[in-house]
Design a binder for this molecule. Structure first.
Ligand code: GDG
Length: 480
């Protein structure tokens, strides 16, 4: 999905058009591209959220508030693909402290069960508050009276409360894309009460799983002593806040169409042939993140080859690791660790022209992703903790023939819905090896039965349905 539309520069200090539906997210859904003549253009970045919101954006003349990705630059609002985009500026220091620091080195590890150690720095917190206030102010300017505002994710947890103070008329929804941790871990956070109060500015707070919503409700009772009844919180000023699970989904139909296309089929065959046409191809696709369990997965595959349980001439493993957060220390270290591990295994068990692991530290267009999903016999998705994991659902959507097998971590949100996957505890390397072998060797009939059930799940609960259920609940929340 690309806009191709040039940014129309408006006079300085242009006021954005007001909108009755506003999405607020850390990033705008566009990437900047430079045209050959040196001018700047914006291309809509493909992704589930954009496709989920697009129809609503168009029918409601919606606006999207977010950072455009370049520090120290102020841009006027502009239109792309029929969406009003409202850029929020960030300074270089704010990117370091609010984004790389508090969001990705404090909150991200804390919310993922402290797999990595969260760092607490008071100046990061100050930047987080300042930037959240700026997002709230920008949103308050854009939203029409009584508009519906949907704030996204952990970078913006103070926005609901800040926005309510500025604009009590708005209906405010919030969705957390990552897990909400158990109260015992959450208590570590020096700013725990402020963040909970921040979220409680919303009318509806959405989580991936019921467990996350329950953790949040428990924290509200323990720390703030507000009364809760089932999924409702009674605020002292008389408002009610709802905390409920809305498991996120994908554009299954769109992906299915792409995967079925002759171009994708051709590309899938080409990749297989480039790999030497092995009998079995295993695939991993992840952002390069320590939550995704890459070392365990690579280790398990390496041992299967070394043990002789898998033959390096017959099985190949492709791991796509999309570059991510490369300026954060823990991510740099992870990259080095994986480089070493892959190098060691390929060095130990590889042959001429046949490294058992093909490791690609790169990102690819959507079409290539569909071809990869289509060519893979076994998809290995083994995060140590994951809010949902869309890759698991995308693989299922691309298996039009209902073949293939999904090995899936019990600790991915998707495991609650994709019960027919080969579920595994990713910390248990022996279990991981067994599940991979099972996924390879089970009969085509068994695999097909499992895949058909998962496909039904993924197609019945798609991203459009997800957005509709959330927004209907948000619209209804004021009337309760
Ligand atoms: C967070 C939560 C939750 C990856 N590499 C490329 C590429 N991708 C796409 C995948 C998928 C998406 O990125 C990754 O989504 P995940 O859900 O797997 O993981 P996170 O990035 O950690 O997402 C997660 C999600 O938010 C949504 O709420 O499920 O739990 O952590 O769509 O396909 N896409 C392209 N090229 C790549 O190289 N085009």
């Amino acid at each position: 999905m690309s806009s191709g539309s040039s940014q129309k520069r408006k006079p300085k200090a242009a006021r954005p058009q007001t909108a009755s539906f506003v999405v607020v997210a850390n990033r705008l859904p566009v990437d900047r591209i430079e045209l050959p003549d040196g001018s700047v253009d914006w291309r809509t970045s493909p992704g589930g959220l954009v496709s989920a919101f697009e129809p609503i954006m168009h029918s409601h003349e919606g606006a999207w508030v977010g950072w455009h990705g370049a520090p120290d630059e102020e841009l006027d609002p502009f239109n792309s693909d029929g969406m009003e985009l409202v850029p929020v500026p960030l300074s270089t220091e704010e990117v370091e402290h609010y984004y790389e620091g508090f969001s990705n080195a404090t909150l991200w590890p804390l919310y993922h069960d402290v797999i990595a150690h969260p760092e607490f720095h008071r100046d990061w917190w100050v930047a987080y508050r300042t930037v959240n206030q700026r997002f709230a102010e920008r949103t308050a300017e854009v939203a029409e009276t009584d508009a519906l505002v949907w704030v996204q994710d952990y970078q913006l947890q103070l926005v609901p409360q800040m926005l309510r103070q500025l604009r009590p008329d708005l209906r405010i929804g919030f969705f957390l894309h990552i897990p909400f941790p158990p109260t015992e871990l959450y208590q570590q956070l020096p700013w725990r009460n402020q963040l909970i109060e921040g979220l409680l500015g919303a009318d509806l707070v959405g989580f991936q799983l019921p467990g996350g919503a329950q953790n949040f409700l428990r924290l509200v009772r323990q720390r703030l002593h507000y009364e809760t009844r089932r999924d409702r919180i009674q605020m002292p000023e008389g408002r009610t806040v709802i905390a409920r699970a809305y498991p996120i989904a994908i554009d299954a139909t769109g992906l299915d169409q792409l995967a079925r296309s002759p171009e994708t089929a051709e590309r899938a065959a080409e990749i297989r042939s480039d790999l030497g046409d092995p009998e079995t191809i295993l695939l991993g696709v992840d952002r390069l993140d320590y939550t995704k369990g890459l070392p365990q997965r690579i280790q398990a595959f390496g041992e299967l080859i070394a043990d002789g349980a898998l033959d390096a001439d017959k099985a190949a493993f492709v791991q796509v690791a999309t570059p991510s957060r490369e300026r954060v220390d823990q991510y740099r270290k992870l990259r080095d660790d994986i480089d070493r591990l892959v190098g060691r295994i390929n060095g130990d068990v590889g042959r001429y022209g046949r490294p058992p692991i093909t490791y690609l530290h790169s990102s690819y267009p959507r079409e290539e992703m569909a071809a990869l999903y289509r060519m893979a016999d076994v998809m290995v998705v083994t995060p140590l903790r994951d809010g949902m994991n869309l890759v698991a659902k995308e693989y299922v959507a691309c298996r039009a023939e209902s073949d293939g097998a999904l090995v899936l971590s019990e600790f991915a949100g998707a495991a609650k819905e994709l019960r027919q996957a080969y579920l595994v505890n990713p910390y248990d390397i022996n279990a991981l090896k067994e599940r991979i072998l099972e996924a390879i060797h089970d009969s085509p009939r068994t695999k097909s039965r499992r895949m058909r059930i998962m496909r039904r799940q993924v197609f019945e609960n798609d991203i459009e349905h997800w957005a509709k259920v959330f927004l209907d609940d948000l619209a209804a929340s004021h009337r309760d």
